[in-house]
Design a protein around this ligand. Structure first.
Ligand code: AMP
Length: 142
C-alpha cells in the first residue's frame, strides 16, 4: 500500500481551506464534511487532520480519537435523519477502491443493499447543504 502522502490531494486542500466543503464538525484533530457525490442523503466523511493516506498510516491514538468522532457524527446523523441504519465504510489503498489519498471514514445512512454507486454522481448542492444543517443541529445534542 502506498503511504506516501500527497499534500495536493483534495482533502488536504479542504483542510487548508483552499477549496470549499460543507462542514458539519471540526476540532483540533478532525474534520467532518458532506460527501459531494453522496451514496445516500446524509453521506458524511470524517477525516483526521494528520497527514495519513490509509488507516494503517494513523497512530493508534489518532485512529482511536477519529473513531470517537465517527461515533459522535453517526449519532448526529441518526438523530437528524431518523436513520434506521448507517453504513461505516473505510477504503484503504487504491486496490480497495480508495480514490482520495487522505484517510477518511464514510458514514452512509443507508443499507448496503441500497447504496448508490461509489463516487459516481454529484449530489444536489442545496439538498446536501440542508442535510448538513440538520446534522450540525443534531451535533449540538450529542
Ligand atoms: P474513497 O474512494 O473512499 O477515497 O472516497 C472518496 C470520497 O470523497 C467519495 O465518496 C467522493 O464522492 C468524495 N469526494 C471527492 N471529492 C470531494 C470533495 N471535494 N468534497 C467532498 N467529498 C468529496
Amino acid at each position: 500500500m502506498n503511504s506516501t502522502y500527497d499534500p495536493q490531494n483534495i482533502f488536504a486542500k479542504i483542510l487548508r481551506q483552499e477549496i470549499p466543503a460543507i462542514k458539519v464538525y471540526e476540532d483540533e484533530q478532525t474534520l467532518a464534511f458532506m460527501d459531494i457525490m453522496p451514496q445516500a442523503n446524509g453521506h458524511t466523511l470524517v477525516i483526521p487532520k494528520a497527514e495519513a493516506v490509509t488507516l494503517l498510516d494513523l497512530s493508534a491514538e489518532q485512529a482511536a480519537y477519529t473513531i470517537q468522532i465517527v461515533q459522535k457524527v453517526a449519532r448526529a446523523i441518526e438523530i437528524a435523519l431518523d436513520a434506521q441504519g448507517i453504513v461505516l465504510m473505510q477504503l484503504s489503498g487504491e486496490a480497495a477502491g480508495q480514490t482520495v489519498p487522505h484517510v477518511h471514514f464514510h458514514l452512509i445512512p443507508s443499507s448496503i443493499h441500497e447504496m448508490r454507486q461509489h463516487a459516481a454522481q454529484a449530489g444536489d448542492p442545496e439538498e446536501i447543504k440542508q442535510t448538513a444543517l440538520k446534522i450540525k443541529a443534531a451535533l449540538e445534542r450529542v
